[in-house]
Write a protein that binds this ligand. Structure first.
Ligand SMILES: [Zn+2]
Length: 389
């Protein structure tokens, strides 16, 4: 699933509100799946002999593997129907297990995306399938294929703890993606289609997942970002990243100017500058914080400013507080991939101590340890004094 959903309170919630969603098609007749659904039930035990269809290529809101697994439970009469009908039937079941508000939102967003994808004509089709050698620089590819901490470190620098930067994208790829985004915006303007912006803080920019790039970005996360996150951010679910929100933001004249101090609705954020010519727009960092400590001060070693270079990526925890200074001339467009881990989010509900990644939790923990050591020491001294007296 990859929706701009937000279950987190904080300075930067993503929102799919604010923009109205176009109404879904009103011409509704009963589909095959619905007819079957009204008369059929799932099997109690899976049909182990049945080989399920592959759903990998579908742009659906549940994981393709869920559909393959669930297919073994379909009533026998449904096994032979077209795949699309099976999807509809299974989706209706899965949706019932989502909380009520969520269900509505998921359905609306699904209709919204469908409407865009069936009307928008892509400019560069080659962007929609991940092609490592034309997308990425050889140094980056080599490091990923070697897949060791040493290989990652050999092509990146860590100018401030938890902030990694490295050369990533081919200039040609940046050009093509910029042209695709421009083409999409042209289509939005011509058709007066009301699109949702990437988050509550950016008035400009576009959600790449909404116009067909979801599968490509999923592959980017799984094959390239997750291996690095597994090594550098294991304490925030780096090895279990399983969904993403992919978008571009635009800064400069007639666009957003700067971006306030915030945290991302992500476990790990990839931020790559695509171009074009610009000055200003530095990214500033102020340390990683948990929900409780998000508004606490920064230590001097947490203060770090970074200047964007086209093609170059920054990788950091979503909870690493940051903002963007004003882009003072030209236009700057960045690709953002917010990578999320459902496992981490579930676990986090039961935890209180985040000292493995929150700078303030860490500081408090150290302080508690210091006080406890001091107390033990003075107790020992007191006892020693008693025994010698
Ligand atoms: Zn904390």
């Amino acid at each position: 699933m990859s929706l701009p959903g937000d279950r987190r309170e904080g300075p930067s919630p993503v929102s799919c509100g604010g923009n109205e969603v176009l109404p879904a098609d009103s011409s509704r007749s009963m589909t095959v799946a619905q007819m079957v659904a009204s008369s059929q039930r799932l099997r109690l035990n899976p049909n182990k002999d049945h080989k399920p269809d592959s759903y990998e290529d579908l742009q659906v809101d549940f994981s393709p593997s869920i559909f393959s697994s669930l297919e073994r439970y379909l009533p026998p009469s449904m096994l032979g129907v077209p795949r699309d009908d099976k999807v509809k039937f299974m989706r209706e079941i899965l949706v019932k297990y989502l909380p009520h508000g969520e269900r509505n939102r998921v359905q609306k967003h699904r209709d919204y995306r469908k409407k865009i994808i069936s009307n928008y004509q892509p400019l560069h089709k080659e962007l929609y399938t991940l092609h490592p050698t034309t997308f990425f620089l050889p140094s980056f590819l080599k490091a990923i294929s070697d897949n060791t901490e040493e290989s990652f470190r050999s092509m990146m620098s860590e100018p401030s703890p938890g902030v990694f930067t490295f050369e990533m994208l081919q200039p040609r790829f940046c050009e093509l993606l910029l042209a695709e985004v421009e083409n999409f915006e042209k289509w939005v303007n011509e058709t007066k289609f009301r699109i949702m912006r990437p988050n509550t803080m950016n008035k400009y920019g576009a959600v790449l997942d909404d116009f067909g790039l979801e599968t490509m970005l999923d592959k980017l996360m799984e094959g390239f970002i997750r291996p690095m996150s597994k090594v550098f951010f294991p304490e925030v679910g780096g090895s279990t990243l399983d969904s993403h929100h992919g978008f571009v933001v635009e800064y400069g004249k007639d666009r957003d100017v700067d971006l306030g101090f915030h945290v991302d609705d992500s476990e790990v954020t990839l931020n790559v500058c695509l171009g074009k010519q610009f000055s200003g727009g530095e990214l500033f960092f102020r340390g990683t914080r948990c929900d409780k400590h998000v508004n606490t001060g920064s230590q001097s070693e947490e203060i770090f400013d970074y200047s964007h270079v086209p093609g170059r990526a920054v990788l950091h925890r979503g909870r690493h507080r940051h903002g963007a200074r004003a882009t003072t001339s030209g236009h700057r467009i960045n690709l953002l991939l917010w990578c999320r881990s459902s496992v981490f989010r579930e676990m986090k509900k039961y935890q209180k101590d985040f000292s493995s990644w929150c700078g303030e939790c860490f500081r408090e923990k150290k302080e508690r340890q210091r006080l406890s050591i001091a107390a033990t020491k003075s107790e020992l001294l007191r006892k020693e004094g008693e025994s010698t007296a």
